[in-house]
Design a protein around this ligand. Structure first.
Ligand code: FRU
Length: 506
């Protein structure tokens, strides 16, 4: 582009940027009917993937893909929130803004305890964020190397962030989709600690290693010709988990858009071994983390205290097929419940289980026991838990307008049916029933209902469905058709609506 072209482009983007700023002036609202009561949602504007999950000194940090000026995807920032209990979230000022290298796409954060990066000091080690720079100008001009990886760091426990002066730290080798670094520290056979990065590179995952987070060496890659390939691979993570027999396995999470089991975006995973940059899956089976349509780009928290002895995960509760048109007004998207990820065994096959984080139990306000076949709900923010006593079961949640969501098991299939669950005209495929086979015994079910979502955990997460719902009037009633006993309704009222200024809450 010549100077004139550049000036026109700059002027146009300034002009339209200003217009856009004017148009999208809105007041953050808690009184919108679909504002979640106990799921994290941004005060205002757009959110997608959770980013930079890291625990430090009693606080769970959560960063997220954020465009504060609009309710649709745009120039990405990293929004920021913290929680002490994983239920109540406090949204903090935006952590990372776009700069001359690009907008800030997904990535991770680590606590660099030994100051290997030298971005802090030995006495005050830094938090380091590793993210993708997306250079939209380069993309528009037809370049293919417009995604690179950069660093930012914080030496005040995540309150404020500075970009690393010599960004980017990983250049693009000529791959259009080259993003979403998830970094973790591993100890090698010789006892040396190194940083390991998993990175999505179009239709595969690359593994890089670094001694200091600044210099990265490619070790290997995985994925060509294996797994589901209906879309681009994104937001990978490599986990080290204990199998029920005591052995250790490596699990690779890979989000993909589109091509999910319920259309649109979804997360698959592979179980196997990892050695010197080579990930070897145990088999070629395709496995999905969640069989609902609305769980994407989930990753785990770094630096959890050892004594927690758990792998704690959270995902984006939406689907790229319709995320930008769902009927919320001043904000868009919430995250899933935080979940604990572990391996379980079905007849010799390992699978991933995701159970609601134990902290959700502390959020219970009142417990009601359900006797009889139906009950009014104490609020639309509830957990309903039950024992499954028969091969088939069915539970219906409904409102006075005849809208309903049905959860059942029939002929070996578990289904969450949102065909009559309210507003759906924003997307052709939204009003659908979503099923998954369950070949092993279903013993219990926990259903988490919030203002615009349902999460169903069979056997505490051996089979999971996450679905958005937009009822025209709040859910009022639960009806049990068959197969359920010891039913409890646990009230989880509005524990974590964003705390908005009084004047804004209109
Ligand atoms: C996944 C994703 C990432 C990317 C980010 C951009 O939802 O497409 O691959 O970094 O969103 O917002």
């Amino acid at each position: 582009m010549n100077l004139k072209g550049w000036l026109i482009a700059a002027y146009t983007s300034l002009f339209f940027g200003a217009c856009a700023q004017k148009e999208i002036k809105f007041t953050p609202s808690n009184s919108e009917p679909f504002r979640p009561g106990y799921h994290f949602s941004p005060k205002q504007g757009w959110m997608n993937d959770p980013n930079g999950l890291v625990y430090l000194d009693g606080e769970y940090h959560l960063f997220f893909q954020h465009y504060p000026d609009s309710t649709v995807w745009g120039p990405m920032h990293w929004g920021h929130a913290v929680s002490k209990d994983l239920v109540t979230w406090e949204e903090l000022p935006i952590a990372l803004f776009p700069d001359s290298l690009g907008t800030i796409f997904s990535g991770s954060a680590v606590y660099d305890a030994e100051n290997s990066s030298e971005l802090g000091t030995k006495e005050n080690p830094p938090l380091v964020a590793i993210f993708t720079y997306h250079n939209a100008v380069g993309e528009k001009e037809g370049a293919i190397d417009f995604q690179t990886q950069g660093l930012a760091y914080s030496v005040d426990k995540g309150k404020t962030w500075s970009k690393y002066a010599a960004n980017p730290v990983l250049l693009n080798p000529g791959i259009r989709d080259f993003r979403d670094p998830k970094v973790t520290q591993i100890t090698k056979e010789d006892g040396k600690k190194v940083w390991l990065m998993t990175l999505a590179a179009k239709d595969r995952i690359q593994f890089y290693e670094s001694p200091n987070l600044k210099v990265w060496t490619l070790l290997g890659e995985f994925g060509q010709g294996i797994g589901a390939h209906g879309g681009v691979w994104e937001c990978p993570e490599l986990l080290f988990l204990k199998a029920p027999d005591g052995s250790q396995k490596w699990v690779l999470l890979v989000s993909m858009n589109p091509g999910g089991p319920q259309k649109g975006s979804a997360t698959q995973y592979f179980i196997g071994d990892f050695n010197r940059g080579v990930f070897t899956p145990d088999d070629t089976m395709i496995r999905w983390l969640d069989y609902g349509p609305d769980n994407y780009a989930g990753v785990t928290w770094a630096n959890l205290p050892k004594e927690q002895n758990r792998t704690l995960w959270i995902g984006w509760m939406s689907n790229w097929d319709y995320a930008q048109v769902v009927p919320t007004k001043t904000w868009r998207s919430a995250l899933t419940l935080p979940r604990e990820i572990s391996l379980f065994d079905v007849d010799g096959t390992l699978l991933l289980k995701s159970a609601p984080a134990i902290e959700l139990e502390k959020a219970r306000k009142t417990t009601y026991e359900l006797s009889g076949e139906e009950s009014l709900l104490p609020s639309p923010f509830v957990e309903i838990s039950a024992e499954i006593t028969q091969e088939n079961f069915s539970m219906t949640l409904s409102n006075e307008l005849g809208e309903e969501v049905v959860i059942n098991k029939e002929m070996g299939l578990v289904t969450v049916d949102r065909r009559k669950a309210g507003k759906a005209n924003f997307n052709r495929d939204f009003a659908a029933a979503h099923s998954a086979p369950m070949s092993w015994k279903a013993e219990s079910v926990r259903v988490f209902l919030d203002a615009s979502s349902i999460e169903v955990f069979v056997n505490d997460g051996e089979l999971v469905f996450t679905s958005l719902l937009f009822p025209t009037s709040p859910w009022k009633k639960v009806t049990l058709i068959q197969g359920l006993d010891d039913v409890e309704i646990l009230d989880l009222q509005e524990s974590s609506k964003p705390s908005l200024e009084k004047k804004a809450d209109n």
